[in-house]
Write a protein that binds this ligand. Structure first.
Ligand code: PLP
Length: 451
């Protein structure tokens, strides 16, 4: 290696870190600015539009109100902002080394949510949901989790607000990915493998699908069934619903201000990975507000796994959020609630449906979608790790892959511009998945799930 091979240093700015005082005071509700209203959620029994009272057994009043509100800006309660300050505002980085490796004239930025206590964006809503439940006297929260990111976020948030947290974890992950289960238990969460014998739905699944290793849709049914009849319990969902997307908009509000700190006036393209749609919405909806107001021409791209392609291959129709059909009917891009995706590593992207608000916005043409194969996603993650020094979560690798493809295209055409990537989490607990990608050998830690 000659001295000219050594990457040159740059004096250009690398990260924009806002002060705690700059933490957003409000969440942003895109519903207030949509050119066409969203189709309502429907009651699973009657098929009529859902009334606030229908959701009362599952959610506290404040969250039901947020689910249906048309208010543009919703104040973030001070106790929630206090917890956010543990890691927010999160940094926005300029990916100088990745740009050089790609030889692209585009400027790539990434908003890094991996700095949270559990390493992903999910505490942004977990903290808000735990706060509102505690404020209304709820004592126990139930939920489902796949790989454990959401379960660990809710366990963390529940601990801070004095709630019990009971988590149904998809059996496949419960057995093969023990570290997040340990993290949930460290925060005081109680974890059951799903399907379990503890609920009627779980016993039914075990009978119908003997030996099943579960799915998120099954685990939702169990968590909902456990909370609904208990007056002291409520259910919490980590993605998909309007109020979850709302809470995640702190990501995009911060990113807009951080781009200004870098001296950028607008983003050309925003990339987010899409499982249930919450981190994509959280980053992109404030950018869409600016676009709808005519101030920018930002494009938003949802990147999903080819193995679970709800936006690019699913149908836009009413479907349930769970397998048993206990949840409201929501109009969304769906592969069907019985769809069981193969065991790809991006566990957070293995959901049959897509957030109704993201689906609606895709239908309106404000977000476009693309699907990426697992191999391409991990190759992107490796290049990112080897240039930027952060190991992206397997989910986040999809967003990185989308941006890398565009940056390469711009390397050919000479087009400059600003690409913003949502780095929804870090991959520190997903290293066995990286190892498997590198060696092509399945390890006990990644499992070999039969679905
Ligand atoms: C859960 C998760 C996702 C997928 O969920 P969305 O609601 O689509 O954001 C993406 N990235 C990470 C790191 C996750 O934990």
């Amino acid at each position: 290696m000659t001295s000219t091979d050594v990457p040159t240093t740059t004096s250009a700015m690398t990260k924009a870190v806002l002060d705690e005082a700059d933490l957003p005071t409000h969440w942003y509700n895109l519903a207030a600015d949509l050119p066409a209203p969203m189709p309502p959620h429907l009651h699973p029994g009657t098929g009529e539009p859902l009334a606030a009272g229908d959701m009362a057994p599952l959610f506290p009043a404040a969250l039901i109100e947020q689910e249906m509100t048309g208010e543009r800006f919703v104040p973030i309660p001070e106790p929630v902002r206090e917890v956010y300050r543990l890691w927010r505002p999160s940094p926005l980085y300029r990916a100088h080394r990745l740009e050089r490796a790609l030889g692209t004239p585009a400027r790539i930025y990434y908003k890094y949510e991996g700095v949270s206590p559990v390493g992903s964006h999910k505490p942004n809503t977990a903290v808000a949901q735990a706060y509102y439940n505690a404020a209304e006297g709820v004592r126990r929260l139930t939920t489902e989790t796949g790989a454990g990111q959401w379960g660990s976020a809710l366990s963390f948030a529940s601990a801070l607000f004095g709630l019990e947290c009971e988590v149904w974890q998809v059996r496949a992950s419960y057995d093969s990915k023990p570290y997040r289960r340990m993290l949930m238990e460290t925060f005081g969460g109680v974890v059951h493998a799903s399907p379990s014998e503890l609920t009627e739905a779980g016993r039914g699944f075990l009978e119908r699908f003997p030996g099943t290793t579960g799915s998120l849709g099954m685990a939702v049914s169990e968590a909902v069934e456990s909370a609904a009849p208990d007056p002291e319990a409520r259910y919490a969902l980590g993605s998909v619903l309007n109020h979850v997307l709302l809470h995640q908009t702190v990501i995009g509000e911060e990113a807009l201000r951080q781009l200004e700190v870098f001296g950028e006036t607008a983003a050309d393209v925003v990339y987010g990975c899409a499982g249930g749609g919450s981190n994509l919405a959280g980053l992109s909806f404030p950018f869409l507000r600016e676009k709808l107001a005519g101030r920018t021409g930002t494009r938003v791209v949802a990147v999903e796994p080819a193995a679970c392609p709800s936006l690019t291959q699913g149908r836009y129709e009413y479907d349930h959020g769970d397998v048993a059909g206990l949840t409201p009917l929501m109009k969304m891009h769906t592969l069907g609630r019985d769809f069981v995706p193969e065991a790809i590593h991006a566990g957070g992207l293995r959901y049959h449906g897509m957030a109704p608000m993201v689906s609606h916005v895709v239908d309106l043409g404000l977000i476009t979608a693309q699907a990426v194969e697992q191999r391409e996603a991990f190759d992107a993650g490796l290049l990112f790790a080897r240039t930027e020094g952060l190991v992206p979560a397997p989910e986040s690798c999809h967003a990185v892959a989308g941006a890398i493809a565009e940056a390469r295209r711009r390397a050919d055409t000479g087009e400059t511009g600003v690409l913003v990537v949502g780095l929804s989490g870090n991959g520190q607990l997903d290293l066995p998945a990286y190892a498997e990608h590198l060696t092509g050998v399945r390890t006990p830690a990644t499992g070999d799930q039969p679905f």
